[in-house]
Design a protein around this ligand. Structure first.
Ligand SMILES: Nc1nc2c(ncn2[C@@H]2O[C@H](COP(=O)(O)OP(=O)(O)OP(=O)(O)O)[C@@H](O)[C@H]2O)c(=O)[nH]1
Ligand SMILES: [Mg+2]
Length: 194
């Protein structure tokens, strides 16, 4: 599947603000600063479609991007950002849960983790939540460009063991080098045709 067009459509902090459309949606979840927005940009071949920052906490609402005039990528605020107060973290948590729980058009969730770091407790909680609600999920281990070749096999095993993933549920990617992104696009296409 080739992404020919990508357009920022709208932002939402609650259900009433979600855009009305017929297509399906793909959501990008993960810790703050892990690289969710960067992956959306890399997949769409655009530098500044989704805002990115070296400072965590850049994305503060659900952002909807219309792809090929057909389906949506949904960028969400990162979880586990300690500098956010408890109240804010709960607010973001509820915003994400409401989306995951209520959005019938949600086709597939990408859970983004850092390829260099073992999944955190927040990552495990998020994956359990997705499994509990039967939301099809693919784990994308990103920033692979920063992972030494010698560490690759060890990291793969430890991520798979911690999250209890099969081989098909984990892909190593990089927004920087675009490693693995053709495979992600293939998976999106398969999912759209299902
Ligand atoms: N080396 C490398 N850096 C990356 C990669 N992806 C993202 N980054 C960097 O990681 C930082 C965070 O990226 P974002 O895409 O803004 O992360 P996010 O998950 O959207 O962050 P929040 O919106 O705050 O939750 C930025 O400085 C990016 O340049 C990657 O594949 N490789
Ligand atoms: Mg972001």
């Amino acid at each position: 599947m080739i992404i020919q067009s990508a357009l920022y459509l709208t932002s939402a902090v609650e259900k009433a603000q979600y855009p009305v459309h017929e297509g399906c949606e793909f959501v990008f979840l993960g810790r703050s600063n892990v690289g969710k927005s960067s992956l959306i940009n890399a997949l769409c071949n655009r530098k500044k479609l989704a805002y990115t920052s070296s400072v965590p906490g850049k994305t503060i609402a659900l952002n909807f991007y219309h792809i090929n005039n057909s389906f949506m990528f949904v960028d969400v605020p990162g979880y586990g950002f300690a500098k956010r107060g408890l109240e804010e973290r709960l607010k973001f948590g509820k915003m994400i849960e409401e989306y995951l729980h209520e959005r019938a058009q949600l086709k597939l969730a990408f859970l983004i983790i850092d390829a260099r770091i073992n999944p955190t407790e927040d990552d495990c909680l998020m994956l359990n939540y997705l499994r509990h609600y039967n939301i099809p999920t693919l784990v994308l281990a990103t920033k692979t460009d920063k992972l030494k070749n010698s560490q690759f096999a060890k990291q793969k095993k430890s991520i798979k063991d911690t999250l209890k993933l099969s081989d098909e549920e984990l892909l190593f990617v990089s927004a920087e080098t675009k490693k693995g992104l053709e495979e992600v696009q293939r998976i999106i296409e398969t999912s759209l045709n299902r």
